[in-house]
Design a protein around this ligand. Structure first.
Ligand code: HAM
Length: 418
């Protein structure tokens, strides 16, 4: 049985094959995401992976609707696997906003599902670090989120030579479109055409832009002028004050594909331009109102950072550490008569927080030792009786080869100091 195309198996390291995804690397990235989100004062939330279809069909725009994994459940409800987290967050925020002081800063690490054409950096399932600020209209919040994107990528070893954040404004594009007398009912088609500037053929784009009332030439002129709006200037200055100015650049080629963005938008890319966007986000001040049917009106903004492009980028830059099981010790049972005492000691050490493994069944001592090495254990541990019949724990550090002999009661301290 094969897995579905665009879905991944995650294996523990060492990996059987270079094309296989590493569960250790995934956990490493998740840990960095969580650590940095907390350092910025974000609190973790989560929602259901399956949602009413309607949550996505009206709010996110055609592109994502075309990519939905949707079906009718056994209760005849139209449902969809979540393709993104933002509508769920908007629903959750609207339902209980009174319980939280504004602005509130929340993050999540959901697995998302999109029926996309599979290509490099794009799969049918991915994990996404989402961080959003609810209830803050000021540009300081936009800067705070971009700083979080930058610091998260830096915590993974990436530098200003590896990535940059392209900052733009859906509002600036809205104004451009209004000045060009674009048909307001076709505004989203216009945004989508701009979003595809770097991917589609110029003639096709020009055709789409003309249908929306403007042209590739006018759009290119606007991008080349690159005049930052007052709001974007504020964001750039805020980031500059933090010493993060090198990481960000105003670039109107970014507009974002999703329908709900209303203000500043941004995307993080590798500098060499080898990969698709590492992260993307922006302000969506109307979404909560839309999703709550007008009951709650709160400004909001956030970003999503996917694990697929990020892991590929880290791998290509040699920034992923080697992972092993992190075993502090491997228990050798050389004398089966001492197995019960060995088990007692192992449980005691595990209780004290050490990671300890051992041979489940009788095996030759050289085989057990080999297994300890294969598993990358830091120490071996074995019990012996001395001449007087007292138990002795022998602890060997496998990198220095030094062995110490202590009583079982002293084993914990000996492991800690060795
Ligand atoms: P998005 O641009 O659709 O935004 O996705 C954000 C990031 O998730 C992308 O830059 C990419 O790294 C990753 N990603 C998206 N689709 C795939 C895929 N099929 N395979 C692999 N990686 C993918 C959103 O989803 C917004 N909801 C983000 C947001 C949060 N905006 C405000 N708050």
């Amino acid at each position: 049985m094969e897995r579905l195309p665009g879905f991944r198996d995650f294996y523990p390291e060492p990996l059987p094959h270079s094309d296989v995804w590493s569960c250790d690397a995934r956990q490493y990235v998740f840990d960095k995401w969580r650590t940095m989100a907390r350092r910025y004062g974000f609190r973790e939330y989560d929602g259901p992976p399956l949602e009413p279809l309607e949550l996505f069909t009206t709010k996110s725009g055609d592109e994502i609707v075309r990519q939905l994994y949707n079906f009718t459940d056994k209760g005849d409800r139209p449902v969809a696997m979540r393709p993104e987290m933002t509508p769920t967050l908007a629903r959750m925020a609207a339902a209980h906003e009174r319980a939280y002081k504004k602005p509130f800063k929340w993050f999540a690490i959901p697995q998302l599902f999109r029926y996309e054409k599979q290509q490099r950096g794009r799969l049918r399932e991915h994990f996404q670090f989402n961080a959003d600020v609810i209830g803050e209209p000021e540009a300081a919040a936009d800067a705070e989120l971009i700083a979080l994107v930058i610091d998260t990528l830096r915590s993974l070893g990436l530098t200003a030579d590896d990535f940059w954040v392209r900052l733009s404004s859906r509002r600036a594009w809205q104004d451009f479109y209004a000045n060009a007398n674009g048909d307001p009912t076709r505004a989203y088609e216009f945004y989508q055409a701009v979003d595809k500037l770097e991917r589609d053929k110029p003639e096709e784009i020009d055709q789409k832009l003309r249908a929306a009332g403007t042209s590739l030439e006018a759009v290119t002129r606007f991008i080349e002028a690159g005049e930052p709006t007052a709001e974007l200037k504020q964001i750039v200055d805020d980031l500059g004050a933090r010493g993060l100015g090198d990481y960000v650049k105003v670039d109107y080629r970014v507009i974002r594909g999703l329908a709900y963005y209303t203000g500043p938008v941004f995307e993080a890319f590798d500098r060499k331009g080898e990969f698709r966007a590492i992260a993307g986000g922006g302000r969506y001040d109307n979404l909560i109102k839309l999703i709550s049917g007008g009951k709650v009106d709160l400004p909001a903004l956030g970003f999503g950072m996917g694990d697929v492009v990020l892991l590929e980028l880290l791998k290509s830059r040699g920034l992923l550490p080697k992972f092993d099981g992190g075993l502090d010790a491997f228990g050798l049972v050389e004398d089966e008569a001492l197995r019960p005492q060995t088990l007692a000691l192992i449980q005691r050490l595990r209780g004290a927080g050490f990671a300890v493994d051992y041979a489940l069944t009788k095996a030759k001592s050289d085989k057990q030792f080999k297994r300890a090495q294969d598993l990358g254990a830091k120490h071996t541990l074995r019990l012996e009786r001395n001449e007087a019949g007292a138990l002795l724990a022998k602890i060997r550090n496998l990198s220095t080869r030094k062995e110490s002999a202590v009583t079982p009661d002293e084993a914990e301290a000996a492991l800690r100091s060795s």
